[in-house]
Design a protein around this ligand. Structure first.
Ligand code: ZN
Length: 387
């Protein structure tokens, strides 16, 4: 399994200049290779990474001698990247590779595993030397490569490490998770993860900064200052949110071997603008990705429950359905007189979490082991209701 650790760098001003130069070289070579690829492709030829690189090297000394000022990877890697991008495009997995712009594209360059060295709080870069890292590499394993990127005003190195696959251990504990707006996540155990309140403050600041940005004259120095502030705030908010998601998913993956979670139709929800803010903040997509990767690494399973499954409207105990339930109804009250939960107020999300767990277990065929607490005899087939 490949894991990446992204570490903030503390380059000296001279080192930052080198980074910018290397990223500029990588962008230039990418654009050169892309133009050449397109030209040859239209002429009916079959360009490859190797052929293009050879072609580039033939004219390099004469036309682009400055590309030697930085690590050779800055002018090697884009050829491989472009070939990969085209493969993904032809397989329908990605859109057509596009030219990189100095303004819009994220500056970055790659370092192959034999081109750099990781030391104590520092990384060695060819033709530059040691650059200070904010923290040490978290993983122990075979280092496979690194990519330097700039986000907002900071440089980062993302180091990929190959780790031995952990042996799956049997942890029977299962949990269902209801993700939502009011609470980021509610477990079938009743435990909840609040939607980060601190985000509200940060978002207010972001809105103010955005307003300031749009009041500044285009092209002015103050506008550039404001733009950088907005970028920094964006980055901070992403960090805060990711921190919450990482801690939560690690805890879940450590505690449970089977995790049921609803796959939500994010695109559909984003149509509603009021919901959009909270939803993009909670970044459910990221949650799902992190959770899946961590649970699988520990040998567990994430079971996705379809979004048409009526997890909120159904009583987790008897299967009675509250057809007219709305988003505003925060408390679920079962109206089935033969249900032990009849008229008993249940938290909406807690009830949903329990339904998701039940459906997840049903999907993998272990439902019988846990329905013991269901109680009433008229056990409803939830899968049939899922449609
Ligand atoms: Zn009930």
């Amino acid at each position: 399994m490949i894991k990446a650790h992204k570490i903030r760098l503390h380059p000296t001003p001279e080192q930052a200049v080198y980074f910018a130069k290397a990223a500029g070289t990588a962008r230039f070579v990418w654009n050169w290779a892309l133009a050449e690829w397109n030209r040859q492709y239209e002429a009916g030829k079959k360009p490859t990474a190797l052929k293009l690189k050879k072609q580039f090297n033939e004219i390099r000394r004469e036309h682009f001698p400055w590309t030697w000022e930085v690590t050779k990877n800055a002018s090697d890697q884009p050829f491989l990247d472009i070939a990969k991008a085209f493969t993904a495009f032809f397989e329908g997995k990605a859109r057509r590779p596009r030219f990189k712009s100095k303004k819009r594209s994220k500056p970055s360059f790659y370092l192959a595993n034999d081109q750099f060295e990781v030391g104590d709080h520092r990384v060695w870069v060819p033709k530059l030397g040691w650059v200070n890292m904010a923290e040490n590499l978290r993983f122990v394993g075979k280092v496979t490569g690194a990519r330097m990127t700039r986000t907002a005003d900071w440089w980062f190195v993302s180091i990929t490490v190959e780790l031995p696959d952990e042996l799956p251990n049997s942890r029977p504990a299962a949990v269902g998770i209801d993700v939502g707006l009011n609470r980021l996540a509610t477990l079938s155990t009743g435990e909840g993860y609040e939607n980060q309140a601190f985000l509200k403050t940060a978002l207010k600041k972001l809105r103010q900064a955005n307003k300031r940005l749009h009041r500044r004259k285009p092209g002015s120095k103050n506008r550039e200052k404001a733009r950088r502030q907005v970028a920094r705030l964006h980055y901070r908010i992403t960090c805060m949110r990711d921190d919450v998601l990482h801690k939560m998913t690690t805890k879940l993956a450590n505690g449970y071997g089977i995790i049921g979670i609803e796959t939500l139709n994010l695109k559909g929800l984003l149509k509603n603008r009021r919901l959009a803010r909270s939803f993009s903040d909670a970044s459910l997509g990221k949650l799902l990705t992190l959770l899946t990767s961590k649970v699988q690494q520990r040998g567990g399973h994430v079971i996705k429950v379809g979004r048409f499954f009526p997890s909120s409207k159904t009583c987790h105990c008897c299967g009675w359905k509250w057809e007219t339930m709305t988003l505003e109804d925060r408390i679920f009250v079962c109206q089935n007189p033969s249900c032990p939960y009849d008229q008993f107020p249940q938290d909406r999300d807690h009830n949903a979490g329990q339904n998701i767990l039940r459906e997840a277990l049903h999907l993998i065929g272990v439902i019988d082991q846990v329905v013991t607490d269901i109680g009433s005899g008229d056990d409803v087939n939830l899968a049939a209701d899922a449609g």
